[in-house]
Design a protein around this ligand. Sequence first.
Ligand SMILES: *Cc1c(COP(=O)(O)O)cnc(C)c1O
Length: 676
Amino acid sequence: MSAPESELDFVQPWFLGPAAENDRMLEELVVEFLRDHAYWRRNFHPEDGLRISVGARHAQGFLDTQARMRQELYRMSAALKRAVPFFHPRYVGHMTGDLLIPGLVAKLITTLYNPNNVSEEAAPVTLEWELQVGEQLARMFGYAVDDDAEPCAWGHLTSGGTVANYEALWNLRSVKFYGIALQSGAARVGIDPGPVGPAAKPLSAYTPWELLNLSVDDTIALRRDVARALRADHPPERFAEFAAAVRAERIESLGTAGFFMKHGVEPPRVLVSTSAHYSWAKGMKVLGLGTANLVHVAVDDRMRMAVPHLREELDRAEDEGVSVLAVVGMLGTTEFGTVDPIHEIADERDARRARGFDFGLHVDAAWGGYLTSVFRRPDGSFRERDEVAEGFRYFPSDTVHRAFEAVSRADSITVDPHKMGYVPYPAGAFVARNREVVDFITQEAAYVFDLGDEEQERPRREKLHNLGQYILEGSKPGASAAAVYVTHRVLPLDSDGLGRLLGLTVRACEAFYDSVEAAQERLEGRVRLCVPFQPDSNLLCLALNPWNNTSAAAMNRFSRAVFARMRVDGERPVQIKTFIGSYTSLLKKTLPGDQTHRILTGLRLDPDTLRLLPADPGREADHLFILRHTLMNPWLLAGPDDRSYIDHYWDWLVEVIDEVLAEGGWRGGTGAPAAP
Ligand SMILES: *Cc1c(COP(=O)(O)O)cnc(C)c1O
C-alpha cells in the first residue's frame, strides 16, 4: 500500500526534511524574524544610544572572546554530528521525529525574547498562548471550553508527559481528600452547615466513605454549598477561622502519612495496566502514595487493559474499603501504541459511581492523544468510524474508535506535543475537564472562600494567568508555548489539519504490518516472525526467532545481536547505520499466562525456557526481547528507487538476520541449539 500523492504533497512544506530540502525556507524565516527582533531591541529607547560601541568590536579582547566562542561552537556543532537523526525515515526508533517548521521557528525566535510562563508578569504574551493551547487541546478531546460552560476545561504545558501524569495524581489527590478535611475543619470550629452536597444533608452526616467517593464535580459543589451556607450565617472572622481549620486538616498540610493516620484512612490505590509508562510508578513515589498502592491490571491479546481484570481489582478495593484515587487508561501505550478501552473504563466508573464508589479517570494520552485530530472534524464534531476508516485498511478498530470518543468522559488527560505534535522538547500538556480544581491546588487562600460576592464563586479565566500557582513547575519556557501555539494555528487539531499528517503515519504502520507476511516467506526456514500485538496506531513490535530454536534465552541473544546493528551507541558515527530502531521486552513477570502461551506458540518456543529465574545471571530467560518500531515519519511510504522505506528496511533486516544467523554466537551454551 502506498500513500496517495496528494497526501505526500501535503507534507512537503511542513518539515526541514530528511535531506534539509526546505533549508532555504527555514533560513529565510529565521533571518527575517531574527532581524525583526534586533529592530525591536533597537527601538526600545533608541535615544539611549549604544552600549557596545562599533569600535569595541576591533579591540583585541573583544576579538579573542569572539574567537573563543566560535571555537567552542565549532566543537559543539561537530560533536552534535553524533546526534540521533530523528528526522529521517531511516529512524524508526523512539517517539520523536522531525520538527514542524512553524513550531521550530516559533521556538528559536521566541527564545530571543525568553519569556517565563510562570506568571503573566514575566510572559505577557506567551502565557495567554499557553492557556489557548490548553483550550485547543481540550477542544480536540471534546471538553467544553466556553467560559460559561460548566464544567469548563483548561490545560497548560509541562516539561513532558511524566510531569503531566504527576499533576494528574496531585490534582485528583487534592480533591479526593478534601471532603474529609472540610468535615473535620467544620467540626473543629463547631460549625455544621446543612443541608449541603449531593445528598443534601448536614456536613456532619456524611460518612468518611461517602466523602471519599464523591466525584470531582460533587466535591466542587459541596465546597461551594458549604461556603455559601457559611457566608450567609456567619461573620467574616468566623468564616476565616473555619477556612484556616479546613486548611489545617488537608492532606497538603498534614502530609500523606499524617493525613491517613489522623483520619484513619487507608492510602488510596491507583490502577493502571501492566503496559503503563513507568512515570506512574515514579509519580506514586513522588506524591508519597507508595508504589505498593499502584495496582497493575492485566492486558488482553491486543495489549489493552483487560476490563474483566479491572473489575476484579475494583471489586477487591470496594470489598476492602480502600478508596481508588484513579484508574488510568492508556491512549497509546509507549511500547506498543495500543489503546485501552476508555469507553468501558468510563462505563465502569459510571456504574460504580451510581452506587457510591467513585474514582478519578485519567487518560494517559502522552503518545496517542494527538491522533484524536484524525477523528475530529473542523466543526468540532466526532467522525463516524466508517468515515475515518476510508483512508485506512484496519484503522480504527471499533474499540479504538470508541476509546477516542470516550476520552471526553475522563477527568483529565496527558498529551505530549513533543511526541506526535512534532514540536521541540520540552512540551507536554495536562488538560483537566473542570478548571475549578485549580482552587484546590492554589498556594493562596482558597478562591471560593475569598469573601467576595457570589459571582466570584467560580475562578475566572484571568485568574489562570498566575499559572505558577496551579502547576507543579515554576519557571518554564514561554518559547515552548509559542511553538505549540503557532503549530496548532497553522495545522489545526482536526482531520483537515494535523489529522492528515498523522493519518500518513498510521498508513505507514498498516503497510508495515501487511508486509510482515511477505517477509516471513522470504525468511522461511531461517527465522520466524511474530507481531505479538496487532497495532492500534502507528507502533509495531516484531519478535524474531531462529527457525528451529526453542529457547527464549537464545532467541533474546539472537535478537539483541540484530538490534546491535540498529542501535545508536554514541561512540561511532550515526552515518554508518542503515536503519535505527528501538526495542522492548515482554516480561514473563507481567505478561498474562494466556498471552505468553499464544506468543510462545507462534514463535515455537518451549514454554519451560521462559521462566522467573532468581539466579539467571544474564537475565536472558525471564523476558522476550523484541524489536520496536515507531512509525511517525511521513515519508516512510516513499523512498529511493521507487520503493518505500519499509521495503528497504526489510531488505536490510533480512541481510542482518542472515549475518547474525551465520555468526552463530547467539546459540550460547544453554537452551536447545538450533540445527542450521
Ligand atoms: C512518553 C510517555 C510518557 C512520558 O512522557 P515524557 O514526555 O517522556 O515525560 C508517559 N506516558 C506515556 C504513555 C508515554 O508514551
